[in-house]
Design a protein. Structure first.
Length: 303
């Protein structure tokens, strides 16, 4: 599923936290990794009639570009023994825009990056950069926050087809990284969506034959149907139903269960009265102390 992985780096140790999971995924799936860095343009103060004007950005010097290329080459060479195809690219321009454009050019299936990666005030900061990439990336984005081992993955669902866009990439990431993966559904004691009902209708009669169950039980049955559809003997999935406000309930579950990766789709919803993944994703991304795999459904799925 992941053939081309893009890893943006800015020269900092914090940004390089994305390397280990990227290498782990590539070693298991045979993916190609592209390491990308975007040099910071030099500030040049130009004289004006009133003295010196405000600083403007000039093109990056050839020396600086060479240094960036040497840095990426060193990172590549340090991992040469893993027999992973690693390409390096140094591109000038707006950082977030370059990352998005490079993902398109390289046909990336996954962007793997950290939040707030930087090396001094003159370097690009991945806080705002990450947020823009999440909004505009052409593929799933795995955002890393720390360097601890990733052992538990969780995929959030709300009963909509859009939310289910996170299922396949979330399961694949969990499998490749050797994580235990669970599906979570927040039950707000509302009626089931048409998607959930459809899952129950088409599911195995041995599993979901009793459609006279109460809605709370049907939520659990819906998850069980999804678990049986996407889980395998080699890679089984577990499920959990929690009750309360979506973001708060998910954040509480993450902390209690020690979840290391959350997979979530943006803009998933099941009607005006259901919770939207746009705001929920933002809250979790800002508050959860774990990695996040954010999947933005294709435009046609949102129409």
């Amino acid at each position: 599923m992941f053939k081309n992985i893009l890893v943006p780096l800015d020269g900092s140790q914090l940004a390089e936290l994305a390397l280990q999971p990227a290498l782990a995924i590539a070693s298991q799936s045979g993916s190609k990794i592209t390491l990308l860095t975007v040099p910071v343009r030099q500030q040049v103060v130009l004289p004006s009639s009133a003295g010196y004007g405000p600083p403007v950005y000039d093109r990056t010097s050839e020396h600086a570009l060479k240094q960036e290329e040497q840095y990426l080459a060193r990172v590549r060479d340090e991992n040469a023994g893993l027999e992973i195809d690693i390409d390096i690219r140094v591109e000038e321009g707006d950082v977030a825009g370059v990352i998005i454009d490079t993902a398109i050019v390289c046909d990336a299936d996954l962007i793997l990056m950290t939040t707030h990666g930087y090396s001094g005030f003159t370097r690009w900061m991945l806080g705002s950069v990450t947020e823009r990439v999440l909004r505009e990336a052409p593929c799933p984005v795995l955002v890393i926050r720390h360097g601890r081992e990733l052992k538990k993955a969780m995929i959030t669902l709300d009963g909509s087809r859009l939310a289910e866009q996170a299922l396949r990439p979330g399961i694949e990431i969990g499998r490749l990284l050797g994580c235990e993966t669970s599906l979570i559904r927040v039950d707000q004691e509302e009626k089931l969506s048409s998607v959930e009902m459809g899952f129950l209708e088409v599911a195995s009669s041995d599993l979901c034959q009793d459609l006279s169950l109460e809605d709370a039980d049907r939520v659990s049955y819906y998850l069980e149907c999804v678990v049986n559809q996407f889980g395998t003997e080699e890679y089984p999935l577990s499920k959990a139903v929690v009750r309360g406000k979506p973001a708060e309930s998910i954040l509480e579950y993450i902390e209690e269960q020690g979840v290391d990766i959350v997979a979530i789709a943006t803009h998933g919803y099941g009607g005006l009265k259901r919770w939207t993944y746009g705001s929920v994703t933002e809250k979790i991304l800002r508050k959860a102390d774990c990695a996040m795999l954010v999947v933005r459904p294709p435009a046609e799925a949102l129409s």
